[in-house]
Write a protein that binds this ligand. Structure first.
Ligand SMILES: Nc1ncnc2c1ncn2[C@@H]1O[C@H](COP(=O)(O)OP(=O)(O)OP(=O)(O)O)[C@@H](O)[C@H]1O
Ligand SMILES: N[C@@H](CCC(=O)O)C(=O)O
Ligand SMILES: [Mg+2]
Ligand SMILES: [Mg+2]
Length: 469
């Protein structure tokens, strides 16, 4: 859509307000709105000003004026505003230099797309994220100065099955959420409503279903698209999922591991590179992939510990990456099992469908940064012909300890991942895609606001362990 077409769309839909959205460093949409009269063709060049100093991980107060420049291609009607509102996703620009702000995650993703072209390896990359999430009836969090408590509830939870925990016929048994029909699945209609809103917002949806966890775990899969467009769609995806849940007085969390002892939520990320309309990952090597694809896998595996700081960026992320819950721990690749960090799906023999699925990312990641970082790691693997080693076609959860010890693992904590990123980030700086400044501010933010903040707080479970010591 061009700027002119957006103005026509606004007229046709009797738009009164235009909502300008942009993503902060952590990966949350921020927004402000203007009356429709303020939306001229010039807005798409000159942008609209806002104070960037209050945005997480951004510039200090002495350097705070920013411009939001809307991307006309992102225009759609906002599904949740009662007043007819047009939604536009923006890039962020410095008003003095008119340069893109180098901490704007969307700009980094645009540079990653350009970088792929400049390497001449390929001209486009495709991304298909499968985000999982929980729909709860309510969630409460209370914090006193001494400790913190949380409480979640779900009509599907086994804790609602009766005092003795016996299944009463329409309750999901432990690990059996995937996927009996209603009345066991109580969330069919709410997921359907979510995908209808996604379609109205211009997204192509492939599937929705209940996931394995007992208490309202869901997944919606969208059709793959180019890097920036897919990251834009992930932002809209979360917006729609959370707001449809709210309509039903429910609440959604994308936390990777909200419930101890049950499956967590991942965001497996399918990816492939193409050149002149040809899929570069299809070939005659293992599982029908190409040598280039093997090198791409080599790059992802080599840099996985550093990547984790961006693809699994919360302290909670590492509670998901434990054996026994379909989330990967060991850094290996395989066509067969879902316990490997990278899987090569075998559903279709078509070269067009040939892709790799990186299984460790989770939906707390900022999609612009996570996709860009994975692309940069894969390209580094291709440029340096990094051999990924032999595939691991066994169940990696059941390996003999000596065998398992030979395979590298994901980091055990966010702290470890941040240290890995500090040591290994040259591959991200190529072509000026990521800057040292952005990575430093990411690491500092995550360390002080999340790792240290968690480390310094007494945990509720410590009361169970130590209160009567
Ligand atoms: N060539 C491709 N490049 C990138 N992504 C692709 C390509 N072909 C398909 N995809 C995307 O891959 C994703 C496939 O999701 P699908 O649910 O089939 O995966 P799955 O890993 O088998 O599922 P699950 O993990 O739930 O068992 C979709 O987003 C789809 O659009
Ligand atoms: N929920 C699992 C994945 C389940 C699946 O294979 O879809 C995870 O944390 O990655
Ligand atoms: Mg899934
Ligand atoms: Mg998957």
């Amino acid at each position: 859509m061009t700027a002119k077409e957006v103005l026509e769309l606004a007229k046709k839909n009797k738009v009164a307000v235009v909502d300008l959205k942009f993503v902060d460093l952590i990966g949350t949409w921020q927004h402000f709105s203007i009356p429709v009269e303020e939306m001229t063709e010039g807005l798409f060049k000159d942008g609209s000003g806002f104070d960037g100093s209050s945005i997480r991980g951004w510039r200090a107060i002495n350097n705070s004026d920013m411009l939001a420049i809307p991307d006309p291609k992102s225009a759609c009607m906002d599904p949740f505003a009662a007043v007819p509102t047009l939604s536009l996703i923006c890039n962020v620009v410095d008003p003095v230099t008119r340069e893109n702000y180098d901490r704007d995650p969307r700009y980094i993703a645009q540079k990653a797309e350009q970088h792929l072209k400049s390497t001449k390896i390929g001209d486009v990359s495709y991304w298909g994220p499968e985000a999982e999430f929980f729909i709860f009836d309510q969630a409460r969090y209370d914090q006193t100065s001494h400790s913190s408590y949380y409480f979640i509830d779900s009509e599907e939870g086994i804790w609602n099955a009766g005092h003795d925990g016996v299944n009463l016929g329409s309750k999901i048994r432990h690990k059996e959420g995937y996927f009996p029909v209603a009345p066991t699945d109580t969330q069919q209609d709410i997921r359907s409503e979510m995908i209808l809103e996604m379609q109205k917002a211009g997204m192509m949806v492939e599937k929705h279903h209940h996931e394995v966890a007992t208490a309202g775990q869901a997944e919606i899969d969208i059709r793959f698209d180019t890097l920036v467009s897919t990251a834009d769609k992930m932002m809209m995806y979360k917006y729609i999922v959370k707001n449809v849940a709210k309509r039903h007085n429910k609440t959604v969390t994308f936390m990777p591991k909200p419930i101890f002892g049950d499956n967590g939520s991942g965001m497996h990320t399918h990816q492939s590179i193409w050149k002149e309309g040809k899929p570069l990952f299809a070939g005659k090597e293992y599982a029908g992939i190409s040598q280039l694809c093997l090198y791409y896998i080599g790059g992802i595996l080599k840099h996985a510990k550093a990547l984790a700081a961006l693809t699994n960026p919360t302290t909670n992320s590492y509670k998901r990456l434990t054996p026994g819950f379909e989330a990967p721990v060991l850094l290996a690749y395989s066509s067969r099992n879902r316990s490997a960090g990278i899987r090569i799906p075998m559903y279709s023999p078509s070269p067009k469908a040939k892709r790799i699925e990186v299984r460790f990312p989770d939906p707390t990641s900022n999609p612009y940064l996570a996709f860009s970082a994975m692309l940069m790691a894969g390209l580094d693997g291709i440029e340096n012909k990094i051999n990924p080693g032999e595939p691991a076609d066994k169940d990696l959860y059941d390996l003999e300890p000596e065998e398992a010890a030979k395979i590298p693992t994901m980091p055990g904590s966010l702290d470890e991942a941040l240290v890995a990123l500090e040591k290994d980030h040259e591959f991200l700086l190529k072509g000026g895609v990521f800057s040292e400044d952005l990575l430093e501010s990411w690491i500092a933010y995550k360390r002080t606001k999340e790792v240290d903040a968690m480390r310094l707080r007494p945990h509720p479970y410590e009361y169970f362990l130590y209160y009567d010591a």
